[in-house]
Design a protein around this ligand. Structure first.
Ligand SMILES: Cc1cc2nc3c(=O)[nH]c(=O)nc-3n(C[C@H](O)[C@H](O)[C@H](O)COP(=O)(O)OP(=O)(O)OC[C@H]3O[C@@H](n4cnc5c(N)ncnc54)[C@H](O)[C@@H]3O)c2cc1C
Length: 294
């Protein structure tokens, strides 16, 4: 099969490349060998202490929003770019080539498309534009200390109290929760039902909701990317439920399909491998290999 660009794809690639060259803030034009973090850099920069980093994040979000490219995969009727799969691939390749960070985080990649499938009209109207403006970044509250690969054993409990759910329990490995504005999560609403059928999908509209506490979970390099999130009588309006009560497993799995199919992520990793290979073949890389890297 011939994977080279067609004339249309080559024209689109040139358009994306020219846009990135014109609009990508200097902050993101990294040393070509320093590629590891670029994929999440925008999310971190939004809340950086340095005002120039926050401004770079805002400037890049504005540039992509002006061009309608914050959400390449979303349909145009919801404010997305409505790109075809091949165009998304080309777009992702050019973004990765330039170390240009995607804007919008988990919300654009996972939650937005899930709301388009399962959300209420009100949820789509309220939540999708916030993601497209770069104003709202979501964390993913799925895993728990006793629920990883077997996610359906999750035990964080949500009980109905009038028009609200009251949440108690704990999530773990919550990437970037300390930079997030809001959270989407799976909760147990019917402990008596077979485990996949007692789960509900909720949006928690603010990380500052009373009773919600984010605690850092440092990795073995003392890096802070993961967190634990604790819930003590956290109240969330029933209107924040996505889909039906006790049918959240299906909503949650739709979201994982979007997470797994993240084309942009795959091409960014391909780019990292290509850069690592180029580095190892360079004189600096040869020296690095001779000394074992230390
Ligand atoms: C980079 C990264 C980011 C993450 N971000 C998030 C996030 O933002 N939000 C979130 O909710 N979660 C997040 N996670 C958590 C992730 O989804 C879980 O790590 C994953 O579901 C696995 O669960 P666990 O770590 O508890 O491992 P476990 O389920 O305890 O598995 C440990 C090992 O046991 C094996 N194993 C498990 N069950 C069986 C079995 N029945 N038979 C044989 N072998 C088995 C597994 O293959 C694995 O090798 C993240 C994880 C990573 C690595």
């Amino acid at each position: 099969m011939d994977w080279s660009d067609t004339a249309d794809q080559a024209a689109f690639r040139a358009e994306v490349r020219a846009f990135i060259e014109a609009r990508l803030p200097d902050r993101y034009t990294h040393d070509p060998f320093d590629s590891g973090e670029h994929f999440v850099q925008w999310v971190f920069d939004r809340h950086a202490e340095e005002p120039e980093l926050r401004e770079a994040a805002r400037e890049w979000a504005r540039a992509l929003a002006d061009r309608g490219w914050v959400a390449p995969a979303w349909p145009a009727e919801y404010g997305g770019a409505g790109l075809t799969s091949i165009e998304q691939f080309v777009f992702g390749e050019e973004m990765a080539r330039a170390h240009a960070p995607p804007v919008g985080g988990n919300g654009v990649v996972m939650l937005g498309p899930t709301l388009i499938v399962h959300g209420s009209e009100q949820q789509r109207r309220e939540v999708l534009p916030r993601m497209l403006g770069g104003d709202y970044v979501y964390a993913q509250g799925y895993s728990e200390p006793g629920a990883g690969s077997d996610l359906a054993s999750l035990a964080t409990r949500a009980e109905r109290d009038g028009d609200e759910y009251v949440i108690n329990g704990q999530k773990i490995w919550t990437s970037g929760a300390h930079y997030a504005d809001a959270l989407f999560m799976l909760v147990r609403t019917d402990p008596a039902a077979p485990k996949h059928r007692g789960i509900t999908f909720l949006l928690v509209p603010g990380m500052d909701t009373p009773g919600l506490e984010v605690r850092p979970l440092l990795d073995m390099t003392y890096g802070h990317y993961f967190n634990e999130v604790f819930f003590e009588n956290v109240r969330v309006p029933v209107a924040q439920r996505v889909g039906e009560e006790n049918r959240g497993w299906y909503v949650g799995m739709t979201l994982l399909d979007f997470e797994r199919s993240g084309v942009a992520g795959a091409v960014a990793h391909e780019q990292n491998v290509a850069q690592l290979a180029a580095f190892l073949a360079s004189p600096e890389g040869a020296a690095y290999r001779r000394t074992g890297g230390w």
